[in-house]
Design a protein around this ligand. Structure first.
Ligand code: CU
Length: 130
């Protein structure tokens, strides 16, 4: 029995080592009353993160990750639906959505919702990459 356990454990370990692409960290972000919760978090350079966004509000929102420039483009843009680009996803009322993003160099990025008035209201957060 101990030997079988060692074999199974060994296989699991080898399987884990053979799939570095599966090394994805999941971060859950809630939306409550047009706020992201949590509003700040930290990741490592090169880290691959699967964001699971849970919208507990009765209205639609979006999660758009990028630098200040990207945020300005979305704030002035007219894209009605997001989901094709990594780090960008629409989140319907009372629904979950997810998007996967690979962080690059140390620094900081912003995530925000750019439906009319939301960003100005404070529907934004910061990711620190360090
Ligand atoms: Cu919103």
């Amino acid at each position: 029995m101990v030997r079988l356990g060692l074999i199974v454990g060994g296989i699991a370990l080898v399987a884990a080592m053979w799939h570095p692409a599966e090394d994805v960290r999941t971060i859950e972000i809630g939306i409550e009353h047009s706020r992201f919760v949590p509003g700040t978090f930290t990741v490592k350079p090169g880290e691959k993160v699967r964001f699971v966004i849970r919208n507990d509000d009765p209205i639609d929102h979006e999660f758009l990750l990028g630098d200040e420039n990207v945020q300005q483009i979305h704030e002035n843009g007219t894209e009605a639906h997001h989901g094709a680009k990594p780090g960008e996803v629409s989140v319907a009322a009372f629904h979950d959505a997810e998007t996967t993003f690979v962080f690059d160099e140390p620094g900081a990025l912003i995530f925000g919702c750019h439906l009319p008035g939301h960003y100005a209201y404070g529907m934004k957060g910061t990711v620190t990459i360090e």
